[in-house]
Design a protein around this ligand. Structure first.
Ligand SMILES: C[S@@+](CC[C@H](N)C(=O)[O-])C[C@H]1O[C@@H](n2cnc3c(N)ncnc32)[C@H](O)[C@@H]1O
Length: 209
């Protein structure tokens, strides 16, 4: 596939965002509450949410264009038009702070962000205090961030990043959904880590009132 191919209407691009002010215009009804998944990978969590909750817009931000295109191909094979579901291929750090309207996002879902365990790869880790601050600013007053990781080291670093960013509080007793962190079933990576006997950390944060 040529890298210039854009899979409309489900793929929105960086250029669209620059010219059109972000994700909103690509949805059929931009006024619906927005939920965002970061790092969707090859999992269908976002599609399933969009089917279940047509009263919300669902945006996937994914660093791998191949994964975005695979998700769109799966969606097209299902044959059900989804006016409330869009993806963008781009690192999340380029989008959340600069483009998401402050106070508008009802939830962020971040399941199994790459932990980059080697010290010399630390700069690639997504969950820095600066990035957490941009998530906080984009959240609506009653918004939340749901996050899961299998990494004991990364979960500690993530908690520190939230504490340093400020303005977000952990939700006591928040637990994974029945079948997995995201709800009815485990995500692709959750299944992989569970099969290897790894324990899963689930975190939920809300805006500090
Ligand atoms: C370990 S996979 C998890 C996939 C899926 N959430 C799951 O649970 O199966 C992490 C995903 O995050 C994506 N990713 C990594 N860094 C990213 C970034 N800065 N912005 C957006 N996506 C990113 C990767 O391309 C990959 O698809």
């Amino acid at each position: 596939m040529r890298s210039s191919v854009i899979l409309r209407p489900y793929e929105t691009t960086w250029e669209d965002w620059l010219l059109g002010g972000g994700a909103g215009p690509s949805f059929e009804d931009p006024s619906l509450p927005l939920e965002v998944e970061i790092g969707c990978g090859d999992d269908d969590f976002l599609y399933e949410c969009a089917v279940e909750r047509p009263d919300r817009n669902w945006l996937g931000i994914e660093y791998s264009r191949k994964r975005v295109h695979r998700a769109i191909r799966r969606l097209e094979r299902r044959g059900k038009p989804m006016p409330n579901l869009r993806w963008i291929w781009r690192p999340a750090g380029d989008l959340v702070g600069p483009f998401l309207t402050p106070g508008r996002v009802h939830a962020f879902h971040i399941y199994f962000p790459d932990p980059w365990p080697k010290a010399h790869h630390a700069r690639y880790r997504l969950m820095t205090p600066e990035f957490v601050g941009s998530l906080r600013d984009a959240l609506s007053a009653d918004g939340r961030i749901d996050l899961a990781t299998d990494s004991d080291d990364y979960v500690a670093e993530i908690r520190e990043a939230f504490a340093e960013a400020g303005g977000l509080v952990p939700v006591d007793g928040a637990a994974p959904g029945e079948g997995g962190v995201a709800g009815d079933r485990p995500t692709v990576f959750e299944e992989r880590w569970r099969a290897m006997g790894r324990s899963i950390h689930f975190l939920r944060f809300r805006k500090d009132a």
